[in-house]
Write a protein that binds this ligand. Structure first.
Ligand code: NAD
Ligand code: MLT
Length: 331
């Protein structure tokens, strides 16, 4: 699970032969306390400071040989260059896009993540968003909270018999497929790495994107944000979809082009969208966020007590395993 990033993750070395000493670790994002407990009970000192500015992090980092983050801390080249003792950066979560992997590779700093600890939470959040969209639950809730009783404005549509297109059939994509099939949805999908024989095991027909676009009533993306997936849904691909298609992005901001989405919502080509992630977080594109057919959450996919405990425990244990020279299992 020691990884570097070159568009896709790849294993760079086997940690089991490396002698590792970690004296002091900084936790700079809000994490379940079990992570600090695991480290401390194995003789590693821990400081938790979730309020550091960029400049303060650069000033503080030389004191530490380990750093643990979620997504709020941006581990930029400036931070890594200032880190005279840093050996390892841990991401309690999946995406490592807030860590400058080129800078860490150059400096020989190991980057590790916990890719499966929040899979179920992110999949459940996606399913909840599909349900919320199909029955206008957030809009109806807001209407009732404002004192109204409007039964006409919120006509929904059943999921039963509809087709869900899943782009990215990895950990989360697969769990979404399995759950939405219980609503009677047909699941189809595309992934350049997962073959049709594997997606067939979870009842999902693999097909090319050109075949998928016109068939799907709902499209959900579960890929990393890489050059090949940036703007995957754009003016051209929205044009290939069914009129009124519903789209979701619980993965990374920018996989669905936000300006193209705003245009598609305006024209009705897109009948509804659900976003948990944004190009800028918090988002500045209020036209998009305020659109009545857009359901939005502030990057909550992994925000459950269970997922946060799992990722905190996993990253703490991975640090300890490294110190103890144990073999690390990749996820
Ligand atoms: P994963 O690595 O298990 O699956 C990603 C899949 O995307 C892989 O199978 C890969 O082959 C596929 N892929 C790569 N390029 C593609 C392309 N061009 N077209 C189609 N598929 C492509 O990852 P995962 O754990 O399922 O996570 C998926 C995404 O969700 C990541 O971006 C992750 O950071 C994000 N995530 C978000 C939250 C949240 O809080 N919203 C929580 C967890 C994960
Ligand atoms: C992830 O990549 O794990 C998610 O975005 C959740 C998080 O920010 O922790």
């Amino acid at each position: 699970l020691i990884r570097s990033f070159t568009g896709i993750f790849r294993t760079v070395r086997n940690a089991s032969n490396m002698a590792f000493q970690l004296k002091r670790v900084l936790i700079s994002d809000s994490l379940d306390p079990c992570c600090a407990k695991i480290l401390e009970s194995n003789g590693i000192a821990v400081d938790t400071n979730t309020k550091l500015t960029k400049e303060q992090l650069v000033a503080e980092i030389p004191k530490y040989d380990g750093l643990i983050v979620r997504s709020a801390t941006k581990v930029t080249a400036a931070v890594i260059e200032a880190a005279t003792n840093l050996k390892i950066i841990g991401r309690a979560g999946t995406g490592v896009d807030n860590i400058d992997l080129n800078a860490s590779s150059k400096k020989g700093v190991i980057v590790m993540n916990t890719p499966s600890g929040n899979t179920l939470s992110a999949a459940e959040h996606t399913c909840a968003m599909i349900c919320a969209m199909s029955r206008n639950i957030p809009q109806a809730h807001m209407s009732m909270k404002s004192g109204k009783w409007d039964r006409k404005a919120f006509m929904g549509s059943e999921l039963y018999g509809k087709t869900l297109g899943i782009i990215g059939l990895g950990r989360i994509g697969k769990e979404v497929a399995l759950r939405m099939q219980s609503f009677g949805m047909t699941t189809i999908g595309f992934d350049p790495i997962i073959p049709a024989s594997v997606s067939a095991e979870f009842n999902t027909e693999w097909m090319t994107l050109d075949k998928l676009w016109p068939l799907a009533d709902y499209i959900t993306v579960h890929t990393p944000l890489i050059p090949q997936t940036k703007g995957l849904l754009n003016d051209e691909t929205f044009g290939k979809c069914k009129k009124g298609v519903h789209v979701l992005n619980i993965a990374r901001g920018g996989i669905i082009d936000e300006d193209a989405l705003a245009r598609a919502l305006k024209s009705g080509q897109c009948g509804g969208a659900a976003l948990d992630v944004f190009v800028e977080e918090p988002p500045t594109n209020r036209d998009l966020v305020d659109h009545p057919n857009l359901v939005a959450t502030p990057h909550l996919g992994a925000s459950t007590a269970e997922a946060q405990k799992r990722v905190a425990e996993e990253i703490g244990q991975q640090f300890v395993d490294l110190v103890q020279g144990k073999r690390l299992e990749g996820g």
